[in-house]
Design a protein around this ligand. Sequence first.
Ligand SMILES: *Cc1c(COP(=O)(O)O)cnc(C)c1O
Length: 418
Amino acid sequence: MFEPDSTAASAGSPDRSDTMTEQLLADAERTILYTADRPGIVMERGEGMYLWDTEGKRYLDFIGGWAVTCLGHSPAAIREALARQSSTLVNASPAFYNKPMIELARLLTRLSGFDKAFFASSGAEANEGAIKLARKHGAVNLGGASEIVTATNGFHGRTLATMSATGKARWEPLFAPKVPGFKHVPFNDAASMRTAVDGRTCAVMLELVQGEGGVNEADADYVRSVRELCDESGAMLIFDEIQTGLGRTGNMFAFEHYGVRPDVLTLGKGIGGGFPLSAMLAARAFDLFEPGDQGGTYTGQPLAMAVGHAVVSEIANRKLHENAEAVGEYVKNGLSRIADAYGLSRIRGKGLLLAFDLHAPYGPDLVAECLRGGLLINSPSPTAIRLMPPLIVTKEQADDMLLLLSEALDRCSRRSFG
Ligand SMILES: *Cc1c(COP(=O)(O)O)cnc(C)c1O
């Protein structure tokens, strides 16, 4: 039913004492499809390492839009790229080349050593592209092989195919029937991988550091053996670097830590610094699509391309991967110093993709306590905490984080969670 001007009607409701925030939260509950338990605040503004809610409260952001806002909030690079590009060309059509599209492809291929780029808007879409390319490779080069082997506890996105690729036990029963053709094997288990890859396999798809899975790093021997296995069988090797790419782990790409190059690399999250953008990069031998196989209304969208170019240039020019490495180590050392006092263990991760375990499953309570204290952190499982701040974070801000975290841990232990 169409209700004319329902906002005005509710704003004029008898209870005028509602604050603006309460009104917004009531409207959110009424109008936003429920998909997540969100705290009772509304974010309004961001600058650098900080977010502010509609009550004017400031939060030190160690979630970074989920490893996305690598240059911090509302950085000049993005503001200027959007202003410049939106006054030049907002959208031509995916049927035409445009200048920023070519500039971003040139930059990414130069930085990564891959030959070809395909652009999309979200990480899941980049992975869908990689899954389709893998099946195309199977059809063209491997006698119709169509299976893709992935790792348990991995994460590849929320479309049906990428959910099917994701080896998350809790997702197993959801949204049946799943897209067939995915095999999940235990992560870091070379023998299981060797058993799983056979004549039906067209690709192996892996994260080098499982982000959503709780920051689990691949072993170097494992990654090398998977590369060898793919070389022997002809299967395409895909690294999903949507979370680890573009400086996050202390190198421009996580595969550089391993000295192992995949055939296809997917990027997302940080590549747009908060603007929806993702990419699939491929070696020339995998330039296999024919017209009609793959595309999308927003592939190569000029605003996204201009932002991507500005963001990636800024990461490279300011060597933000080096800052990620340095401040990441600093945070790890700081966490080690408070670990005994609070029962923290398994401090892990690379660069600014870090995690640690709690001695009891009070992750969500700790997240809530931190939020109350003005710090944003993430709990990928009840016993784990993950930190993935913007790559611009300073050691002083890391100290602020450690202080706010300690205070929240104190409050939790007083309430006997900890
Ligand atoms: C976030 C993420 C995705 C999905 O990206 P979306 O932009 O949410 O679709 C895929 N793979 C990895 C490793 C991720 O961290």
